[in-house]
Ligand binder design. Sequence first.
Ligand code: HEM
Length: 381
Amino acid sequence: MKKLITSKLLGPQALERSQGVRAKEVERFYSNLLDTAMKKESVEISEEAMKLVNNSICHMIMGRSCSRENSEAERVRGLVKKTDSLGKKLFLAAILRKPLKKIGISLFKKELTDVSSKFDEVLEKILVENKEKLDQEHQQDTDMMDKLLEACRDENADYKITRDHIKSLFVDLFVAGTDTSTHSIQWIMAEIINNSYILKRLREEIDSVVGKTRLIQETDLPNLPYLQAIVKEGLRLHPPVPFVLRTFEERCMIGEFCIPEKTTLLVNGYAMMRDPEYWDDPQEFKPERFLTSSRSSKKDEIRDEVLKFIPFGSGRRGCPGANLGYVFVGTAIGVMVQCFDLKIKGDKVNMNEAAGAMTLSMAHPLKCTLVPRTLIPLTSI
Ligand code: HEM
């Protein structure tokens, strides 16, 4: 399944093919923000970011947005939120010893069954609609859902896929992709608001590369090195997944430590990315540290980063959605900085972290009032 996700959905070529789908969702993100700005309403950044990410993932998988008429998107978003809070409890249960783990699972059984049957209901409906579309139109396969449904019907397929496999894959993608990207967008926007020098420099970069009449697009990102550096620095200081888990199949040595077989190890990426041994001024938000320096070669920098910069985990179990994550975060931040002045209550955004959350979240979600920078709305072309 992971092979399939990488080749059909998250690999570089697949991402290139689905660029148009995301461009539409970015336009919609901009127009929603513009709408609230015109009404002078305050906006919770994470809510708007979540819609952007969630709709884009939905659209990429199913070749359409989750339908707004039936508020499928809202239901999926609600379920993702619920899964996060449930996941937190299960994570705690999983790192406790085995007997407690069993108690943990049974304590949350009702909640688990409830969420999973609701997910099942929404996804089953979408599956049925897609299958009907496929049967009626006899069209060439276009999206990942079609390909999976084809594989599901094919008795001779390389790997036998069932409807339950498809549904659980979608839940994995929604849950793994939505919260991570949404929280990153929120943390990074808060850092930018708190650092006027960074905001000014980023705006100058966007205005000079993209201009002031066309809306920023993901294809602009490679030409915006300072924006890329800001995103990386945000992920270093506020990694949405602060810990990753690894279970050792065999006994092995790590440095001078002997790790017994079947040990579950918690890797604290949050602490590694703030370790003063590897980072200068580790608590400071300094995007400049990620700008390619003239002193060291690109190769040295990449090797250095692999060892100490791990917001997407690492190795075979590392995040398969890293490239897409960079795209979501980069474009969302780009749109907000290019198009709006963001006003907050008070001088600075409160950067406290919420206690006990599975995903590293803000204790006080970022709320702003937006003021458009120009009177004429930006266009995509
Ligand atoms: C800023 C955004 C994101 C961050 C920081 C992030 C971070 C992570 C991390 C730390 C892991 C665990 C890796 C490990 O154990 O080594 C992970 C796993 C995963 N991520 Fe992401 N992620 C992001 C976006 C996405 C997106 C957009 C998708 C897809 C839509 C995605 C799909 C997945 C999947 C499927 C896994 C599980 C991989 C496995 O268990 O083999 N992620 N992510």
